[in-house]
Design a protein around this ligand. Structure first.
Ligand code: ZN
Length: 455
C-alpha cells in the first residue's frame, strides 16, 4: 500500500467551500497543512476532486452476512420483528473468526463507497451458549481486528442490553449473547478500551441498546459511566410498536421519555427517532443530539420516515448510517434520505438548506458535521484532522460538465457505480480505482466464514 506525504486536488471541498488547486500535506496521519492556489509538485498524488471521508454513524457489521436472507414472505405480516427472528437465528453460531471475516467485508465495502469511519453499535458479546468469553471483549477485538486490517477508523459503541421489553422484562433465550449487568458491562468496556489503544484514532463510546432493553436506573448508571466526551448512542422510536409499548409502560412516547429523563446533549446520537410528534421533533433538535438516520435499513425494515424537514427547521443535526448493512453505499444512503421525503411530500429538493442551494451538497455537509459529532471526531479537510479523504473519478460520465456541488449532486443522484476513485485513511491510500487493496483476500475469507456458518 502506498502512503503519500502530499496530495494535490484541482478542487477540494474545504470547510468554507470548494478550494482550487489545493495541496494537502500529511504528517503522522494528520493534515499538517492545507494550501490553496498551488501547482502539483513532482511526487504529489494528484487528483481532480477531493472530499473529506464520510462518517458512517451506525453499523452492526455482522448483519452484512445475513443481507438478503430476510426477503422471503412469512406466514403473517412481515415486519421488523420477523426480520429480527432471522437475525437471531443467523447470530446463533457466529464466533469471533466469523465476526472478523464478516466485518472485514462490511468495512471494505464502506471504504469503497466513501465512508472512512464507522460507528459500530456492538451487541453480540458472549459465546453462542451465552457464557462470556475468557476475554469478555473477544468480539470487540474481532471488530477492532477488522478495522485495523481494512484501515477504517473505528468508533466502538459497546452496547448494554439487559431486558426483552419495557419495565425490565427478563431477556429472552435468543438474547443470551447480548446480556450484561452494569458491573460486567463496565469490565467489557474497560477491556474494549485497552484493545482500541492499538488503533491510532479509535474512539470508545457506549450505547444503551434501546429503552426496551434498559431500565431507568441502568440508563442513569450508563450515563454516569460515560466520560465527558464519550459518544452515547441509543436506538429510539424505530417502530410504532415500540411507541405503543412505551406509552403503555410510562404514559410517554420514547423520544419524549428520553428527553425528559436523560441529559441528552451533543454527545448523544438518537438512532432512527422515526416516530415523533411535532413537539418531540422540536425538542430533540433543541437538545443538540444528532439524529442517526439509516434510510436504506429503515426502508428495508419498513420502519417509516424521519420528519427531517421539521427537524431541520428547528435547527436539528443529522448524519447517516448503514445500520443492518443490507446494502452498503454512502451515495445511495443519502439519495434515499432525500427521495423518501420527496415521495412523502410530493415535492423536490427537500434537504437543500437555501434557495438555489444544492441538495447533494447540503446532505454531504450534514453527514460530515452530524456524523463527525456523533462519532466523537471531526470530518473535514482542515489542519489537525485525520487525513481521511475521498476522490471522485472526474472521468465518470455523471461528472462531465459539472463542477463543485454539482459533482455531489451527480454522485448522489446520477452516478451508479464507479463514482468513488480513491480513498485515503491517515494519508495512506487504501482504495484505488474504486477497489480496496485487500479486497480479494477479505472476500476469500468472508466466503470461507459463510460456508462454515451455513454448511
Ligand atoms: Zn441499529
Amino acid at each position: 500500500m502506498s502512503s503519500a506525504a502530499r496530495l494535490h486536488f484541482e478542487h477540494a471541498m474545504l470547510p468554507d467551500g470548494w478550494g482550487r488547486d489545493v495541496t494537502v500535506t500529511v504528517s503522522d496521519g494528520l493534515i499538517a497543512r492545507i494550501e490553496r492556489g498551488t501547482a502539483p509538485a513532482p511526487g504529489d498524488d494528484a487528483h481532480k476532486i477531493g472530499l473529506p471521508g464520510l462518517p458512517n454513524l451506525h453499523s452492526h457489521a455482522f448483519q452484512r452476512g445475513m443481507a438478503g436472507l430476510a426477503e422471503r414472505r412469512g406466514a403473517g405480516d412481515d415486519s421488523f420483528w420477523t426480520w429480527r427472528e432471522v437475525m437471531y437465528r443467523f447470530v446463533e453460531r457466529m464466533g469471533p473468526d466469523e465476526m472478523r471475516a464478516i466485518a472485514g467485508l462490511a468495512y471494505v465495502e464502506m471504504l469503497e463507497s466513501g465512508f472512512t469511519r464507522v460507528g459500530e453499535f456492538h451487541y453480540v458479546h458472549h459465546a453462542p451458549d451465552g457464557t462470556p468469553y475468557a476475554n469478555p471483549a473477544e468480539m470487540a477485538a474481532a471488530l477492532a481486528g477488522a478495522a485495523e486490517e481494512t484501515g477504517i477508523a473505528l468508533t466502538l459503541l459497546p452496547v448494554f442490553y439487559a431486558h426483552a421489553g419495557f419495565g425490565g422484562q427478563a431477556a429472552g433465550e435468543d438474547q443470551r449473547r447480548f446480556v450484561h449487568d452494569i458491573d460486567s458491562f463496565a469490565r467489557l468496556r474497560a477491556r474494549s478500551a485497552e484493545i482500541l489503544a492499538a488503533l491510532p484514532d479509535a474512539v470508545i463510546g457506549l450505547a444503551p441498546h434501546s429503552l426496551r432493553a434498559v431500565t431507568p436506573d441502568e440508563l442513569a448508571a450508563l450515563v454516569a459511566m460515560a466520560e465527558r466526551q464519550a459518544p452515547i448512542h441509543i436506538h429510539v422510536a424505530e417502530q410504532q410498536r415500540e411507541v405503543r409499548d412505551c406509552l403503555a409502560w410510562s404514559g410517554a412516547r420514547p423520544v419524549e421519555w428520553l428527553l425528559d429523563h436523560s441529559p441528552v446533549d451533543q454527545r448523544w446520537c438518537l438512532v432512527h427517532a422515526t416516530h415523533m410528534t411535532g413537539a418531540e421533533t422540536a425538542e430533540m433538535a433543541r437538545s443538540t443530539a444528532v439524529a442517526g438516520l439509516c434510510p436504506i435499513t429503515e426502508a428495508n425494515l419498513g420502519d417509516g420516515l424521519f420528519p427531517v424537514r421539521d427537524f431541520l427547521a428547528a435547527g436539528g443535526t443529522y448524519g447517516v448510517g448503514s445500520d443492518s448493512n443490507v446494502l452498503i453505499d454512502a451515495a445511495e444512503e443519502m439519495r434515499l434520505l432525500e427521495y423518501g421525503q420527496r415521495l412523502q411530500c410530493q415535492s423536490r429538493n427537500m434537504l437543500a438548506t437555501e434557495a438555489g442551494g444544492s441538495t447533494g451538497g447540503a446532505i454531504v455537509r450534514a453527514a460530515l458535521t452530524g456524523g463527525g459529532q456523533a462519532l466523537g471526531t471531526r470530518s473535514a479537510l482542515m489542519e489537525g484532522c485525520a487525513a481521511d479523504l475521498v476522490s471522485l473519478d472526474a472521468d465518470h460520465p455523471a461528472f462531465i460538465a459539472r463542477e463543485r456541488d454539482a459533482w455531489l449532486d451527480g454522485w448522489i443522484f446520477a452516478a451508479r457505480r464507479g463514482a468513488v476513485d480513491a480513498v485515503w485513511r491517515r494519508g495512506r491510500k487504501i482504495v484505488s480505482g474504486g477497489r480496496h487493496h485487500a479486497r480479494d483476500a477479505i472476500v476469500a475469507r468472508y466466503r470461507a466464514a459463510l460456508a462454515g456458518l451455513f454448511g
